[in-house]
Ligand binder design. Structure first.
Ligand code: SF4
Ligand code: SF4
Length: 282
């Protein structure tokens, strides 16, 4: 396993909402280029370069290890996509995770909007340079830096978010109880490794990816690798081809570089493949 790769110094300075990050960079002025209402804020995004995924599933293992994801559940998974017919048959790999959707015009993802435990109190997200951005807390909620997170201490275990997510990335976690006295299970899904990112580290799946197919960073920084790739491959403007289920209009912030149209093949076969794959114990 490779050593932990840190975010760039600039990214570290922008990991807001984290006392640890603030401590790590105490006395150093942030270099965030975001202005106006987003001053000092990163906008985290994940880009998956399907040309580079070799299907090793190191990301799945790293995620399972980082979070103790139970058998039969996943927060990061790699689907195997078969398309075409002999002699043009193909096999491709499609890594999947929560898309950390912006939620479109309303800026509230469907999983957050449906949650009966949202909105709760207003919370403050403080950037390392002391800029305060307020947001609504809840059992599931979106942080101002774009991370869609959950808090099982506020959850009542109703499962509405699981049903509402069009991408099927949420699950009941049998190891976690919802709320304080609730007998139901809480939920699980990808958190973009918020605990690592807030300390200046990249997500565990990105850290372990042998093919360097996963790229994580700040879209509010025009000099970041994700900004460069978004520009080069027109990822934001061409969401029809670069994100899963664009018709749902959830505006994912997980983008795919997909010159071979793997996403299209996945959508065509999705039901069958999901059923096949989800039966496997991972
Ligand atoms: Fe919510 Fe699903 Fe979008 Fe993740 S992928 S933010 S769980 S709607
Ligand atoms: Fe909200 Fe928990 Fe219900 Fe999901 S299961 S909708 S997080 S209360």
């Amino acid at each position: 396993m490779s050593e932990d790769k840190a975010l760039s110094r600039r990214d570290l300075l922008k990991t807001g909402g984290a006392a640890a990050a603030a401590t790590a960079v105490a006395g150093v002025l942030p270099i965030s280029k975001a202005e106006g209402a987003n001053a000092g804020l990163p906008r985290w995004a994940m880009i998956i370069d399907l040309r580079k995924c070799i299907g090793c599933r190191g990301c799945t293992v790293a995620c399972k290890s980082e979070f103790g994801v139970p058998l039969g559940r996943w927060s990061a998974v790699v689907k195997q996509i078969e398309s075409g017919k002999y002699p043009k048959a193909r096999k491709d790999f499609l890594p999947r995770l929560c898309n950390h959707c912006s939620g479109g015009k309303e800026e509230v993802p469907p999983c957050v909007k449906i949650c009966p435990q949202y909105p709760l109190d207003r919370k403050e997200f403080v950037t390392p340079d002391g800029k305060v951005h307020k947001y609504r807390d809840g059992a599931t909620y979106k942080r101002p830096d774009g991370m869609v997170l959950f808090d099982n201490s506020q959850c009542i275990g109703c499962g509405k978010c699981i049903e509402k997510c069009p991408y099927g990335v949420r699950y009941f976690n049998p190891f976690v109880t919802a709320g304080k006295d609730n007998t139901k299970n809480g939920i699980g899904k990808c958190t973009l490794c918020q605990h690592r990112v807030d300390k200046g580290l990249i997500p565990s799946c990105v850290n372990t990816c042998q093919g360097s197919a996963r790229i994580f960073g700040d879209l509010n920084d025009p000099d970041s690798e994700v900004s460069r790739l978004v520009k080069e491959f027109n990822l934001l403007k061409d969401r029809e081809k670069t994100t899963l289920l664009p018709q749902e209009k959830t505006e994912p912030y997980v983008f795919y570089i997909d010159p071979k149209n793997v996403l299209k093949a996945y959508k065509i076969n999705s039901k069958k493949k999901e059923a096949e794959f989800n039966d496997q114990i991972i």
